[in-house]
Ligand binder design. Structure first.
Ligand SMILES: CC(C)(COP(=O)([O-])OP(=O)([O-])OC[C@H]1O[C@@H](n2cnc3c(N)ncnc32)[C@H](O)[C@@H]1OP(=O)([O-])[O-])[C@@H](O)C(=O)NCCC(=O)NCCSC(=O)C[C@@](C)(O)CC(=O)[O-]
Length: 349
């Protein structure tokens, strides 16, 4: 890895600018198609203190849908007392079902649900709004559900007001009902590489054990959350080895890196080397978890797309279009654009 240098040649398109040695990493993987899950409308906005109008959130989803992204996490059916910013998620889901955003490819819109109440709120909307066909050539969108566990007791208490065991007991019927409804279900595990309350002392075997439990309950995918951004390359590698040793397949795992310590792309490279092909990111680097003090945003989608494409991976995402969305949303909510690639491209225009 350390021998791989990123030196795009000015004036060339990204694909032709990729130095040959950089292709080594992508050719080490089975396919060069990588899945990027945009979490900006949910993880990116949930921690904002000023109320963001639902019209802005919908506009964000619509703009993202036009960039080639095929997975967009659009909201969260959690208690509004716990996370007030996500209170209008019902309106976002209703809008998506009634007026599917214009998109070239089918898009999966994901919503978090921490318990049966969240699930029922989401399902009642899904049942009362039969999904409209996409307009014209636009394909029909799908809706997915995400539950969210954590690897430490302290974080689980702060985030879900219960123990790890209780949270898993709650998720079982949520996952089952989601699957019975024909929905794809993602299961997050937070603080897998560091906890704001318990520090670096997170056992990779415990993470793998929780992952296996969630898969046995019927989850389609495990998203490993480095909520605090405390992950490092060796510890990411150790975690993924523990997942493999527990029988988890790399195709069932997605990585969700926050960039608080600037290690997200290094950890992404380590994950690629371990066969992971699904990564979360947030436009403009928006984000932070309300129950992880000091945690900043996810790695930005702009940086992730640039990183992947310069490795010779295919994302299907129009980088320039994402850069525009990142600049628009950060201005709209009065934040500075946290994407290095976004700022660099804007600076060169
Ligand atoms: C799970 C609870 C509800 C337990 O919270 P609780 O207070 O123990 O719940 P409760 O069952 O006692 O209910 C309390 C009140 O909330 C209501 N309620 C209960 N459930 C819901 C619901 N689903 N939707 C709407 N309302 C709900 C319920 O009806 C009741 O209302 P009241 O009678 O007082 O008027 C709470 O802890 C909660 O909502 N937590 C969510 C916290 C959260 O959203 N955190 C951020 C997402 S996780 C994350 O960001 C990490 C991730 C995924 O990005 C990955 C990573 O980076 O690591």
């Amino acid at each position: 890895m350390s021998r791989l240098l990123l030196r795009p040649i000015s004036g060339c398109s990204l694909r032709t600018a990729i130095p040959r040695q950089l292709r080594a990493l992508s050719s080490a993987t089975k396919s060069n198609k990588v899945r990027i899950v945009e979490v900006g409308p949910r993880d990116g906005l949930q921690n904002e203190k000023t109320v963001i109008p639902v019209t802005t959130k919908i506009e964000l989803v619509e703009k993202l849908a036009k960039t080639g992204l095929r997975d967009i996490e659009a909201g969260s059916f959690v208690s509004p007392k716990w996370v007030p910013q996500m209170a209008a998620s019902n309106e976002i889901l209703e809008y998506i079902l009634k007026y599917p955003p214009q998109a070239r490819d089918p898009i999966a819109y994901a919503f978090l649900a921490p318990n049966s109440k969240g699930l029922e709120n989401a399902l009642s909307i899904l049942r009362s709004h039969p999904q409209a066909e996409g307009e014209g050539e636009c394909p029909k969108p799908t809706v997915e559900l995400s539950v969210f566990a954590a690897a430490t007791e302290s974080f689980t208490q702060k985030n879900l007001n219960c123990s790890i065991a209780e949270s898993l007991k709650r998720f079982e019927p949520v996952i089952k009902a989601g699957k019975d409804e024909g929905l794809r279900v993602r299961a997050y595990i937070s603080v897998v590489l560091g906890c704001p309350f318990e520090g670096y002392d997170v056992d990779p075997k415990k993470v793998a054990e929780i992952a296996c439990d969630l898969m046995e309950m019927g989850a389609d995918e495990i998203a490993l959350g480095d909520t605090t951004g405390m992950g490092t390359a060796p510890r990411t590698s150790e975690l993924l080895k523990a997942m493999k040793a527990a029988g988890m397949r790399s195709e069932d795992v997605a990585m969700h890196f926050h960039d608080t310590y600037g290690q997200a792309l290094v950890n992404t490279a380590v994950s690629l080397e371990n066969g992971i092909m699904s990564f979360d990111s947030s436009v403009g680097g928006l984000g932070g978890c309300p129950y992880s003090p000091g945690a900043t945003g996810n790695v930005s989608t702009e940086d992730m797309v640039y990183f992947m494409e310069t490795l010779g991976m295919t994302t299907g995402i129009n980088l320039d279009a994402v850069v525009d969305v990142g600049e628009w949303i950060t201005k709209e909510i009065g934040k500075s654009n946290a994407s290095s690639v976004g700022k660099a491209i804007l600076g060169r225009r």
